[in-house]
Design a protein around this ligand. Structure first.
Ligand SMILES: Nc1ncnc2c1ncn2[C@@H]1O[C@H](COP(=O)(O)OP(=O)(O)OP(=O)(O)O)[C@@H](O)[C@H]1O
Ligand SMILES: [Mg+2]
Length: 393
């Protein structure tokens, strides 16, 4: 069928035509926005799960909802080459410049001035003015260089500004497992301060399955955060992810074709989108048939092998790839570190650095002590497919 109208969208962070199966998180978020506006700020949201389950698009949806309610919202993706301070500062520029206009109240001017000083804390060259004369305003001082102190001032003054119009401030951080421990700890401290002082502030973090442990290690009160494990979709949501975008375009799926995609995808959103996209291309008429689905899965798997899986595989060094290969014998459910070591004829200690690097690269995680598992669903089958064709390595 016409590739131009193809409604499926495989790709990191790409908004699906139908975002399905995440109603409980979205409902909880809407409730938290309302509670927070009424002076009862809720605990931070933590969305964690494997690669490709839809954490980023869900986080972006939380952002969209908060922006629709006229909150001040900044969304960033943690990045080891830039600190949290700079990422947050830059992400705040746009929402704050949208606020700036002549004749603003004192609390909004104070928030803007404090944000300008926060910018000065990482960038000596240029301070923000937002086109306003902020010299007479109170505020500023978020430039001591101590992240806890500066972030606290920033959030406090922005919350006061947002409260002037009965709204709040939301910070959304993706790939949060890549933040420094000090950055995670600072965020926990700010969330705690917000709850104690009833600032209208909400924090949402998204990341890999090791994020909850990283938070617990950063600050003990992270135990009280709202943890949402984002998983593969349930059967009816998986079907809806395929059917709803097609129905909009007056295209139907036969039940058989649908079952093939739902089954082959393991109900993982990324795989549904990829197989959906290829099946659409394969289909000839306005009804998607079983053989279109079979072809779509085959072509989609080839796409995943050269894209989704391959880019992750290529991130590992030779010795790390050996480690991944040894893990693949156990499928996707995780391996005992001792078994992996035995297969490679090494000790667990000798393999410690490879294991640690693979965790830092976000390719594996430790679901429990002594166990290691892929963060990428389907990685073990990918390794098997490639090994049998002996074209990886
Ligand atoms: N609820 C959903 N319904 C339908 N499709 C979805 C849903 N969530 C995500 N997708 C699709 O799945 C793919 C992966 O989504 P996303 O990038 O948000 O995953 P992720 O969990 O952030 O992955 P990673 O850990 O690699 O960053 C995208 O193509 C997106 O369109
Ligand atoms: Mg993501």
């Amino acid at each position: 069928m016409d590739p131009v109208s193809n409604p499926y969208s495989p790709g990191a962070g790409r908004k699906p035509a139908a975002l399905v199966g995440r109603d409980s998180v979205l409902t909880a978020w809407r409730t938290s926005l309302r509670r927070t506006e009424r002076g009862r700020p809720d605990q931070p949201f933590v969305l964690y799960g494997l690669r490709g389950v839809g954490k980023t698009v869900l986080l972006s949806e939380l952002r969209r909802v908060a922006m629709g309610d006229e909150w001040i919202v900044a969304q960033v993706e943690a990045d080891s080459s830039r600190g949290l301070r700079e990422l947050l500062g830059e992400a705040l520029y746009e929402p704050l410049s949208d606020l700036a206009r002549p004749g603003l109240g004192a609390r909004i001017l104070q928030g803007l001035k404090t944000a300008a000083s926060f910018k000065a804390s990482y960038d000596e060259r240029g301070a923000w003015t937002f086109g306003l004369d902020l010299s007479g305003a109170a505020g500023g001082g978020a430039d001591t260089g101590v992240l806890d102190t500066d972030l606290r001032k920033l959030v406090r003054d922005l919350c006061a500004a947002a409260a002037a119009t009965n709204h709040g401030v939301a910070l959304l951080i993706d790939e949060a497992q890549d933040l420094q421990v000090t950055e995670l700890a600072a965020l926990c401290t700010i969330a705690h301060a917000a709850a104690q002082n009833e600032w209208p502030f909400l924090l949402a973090l998204a990341g890999l399955p090791r994020l909850p442990r990283a938070l617990a290690e950063a600050k003990s009160y992270a135990e009280r955060f709202q943890y949402w494990r984002i998983e593969q979709l349930d059967e009816s949501a998986a079907r809806a992810a395929l059917v709803l975008p097609a129905t909009e375009l007056e295209v139907n799926w036969t039940p058989e074709a649908l079952e093939i995609l739902v089954g082959a995808s393991g109900r993982y959103p990324y795989f549904l989108q990829q197989f959906g996209q290829e099946t659409w291309v394969a289909a000839r008429g306005s009804t998607i048939l079983e053989h279109d689905a079979r072809l779509g899965v085959r072509l989609g798997t080839a796409q995943l092998d050269t894209g989704f899986f391959r880019v992750r595989w290529d991130r590992a060094t030779r010795s790390e790839q050996d480690y991944l290969r040894a893990m693949a014998d156990d499928g996707d459910n995780g391996s005992a570190s001792g078994d992996v070591a035995a297969r490679l004829g090494k000790t667990v200690q000798q393999l410690g650095p490879a294991r640690a690097n693979l965790i830092a690269k976000g390719l594996v995680y430790a679901p429990e002590h002594g166990i290691i598992a892929f963060t990428v669903p389907g990685m073990s089958s990918f390794i098997e497919r490639q090994t049998s064709r002996s074209n990886i390595g």
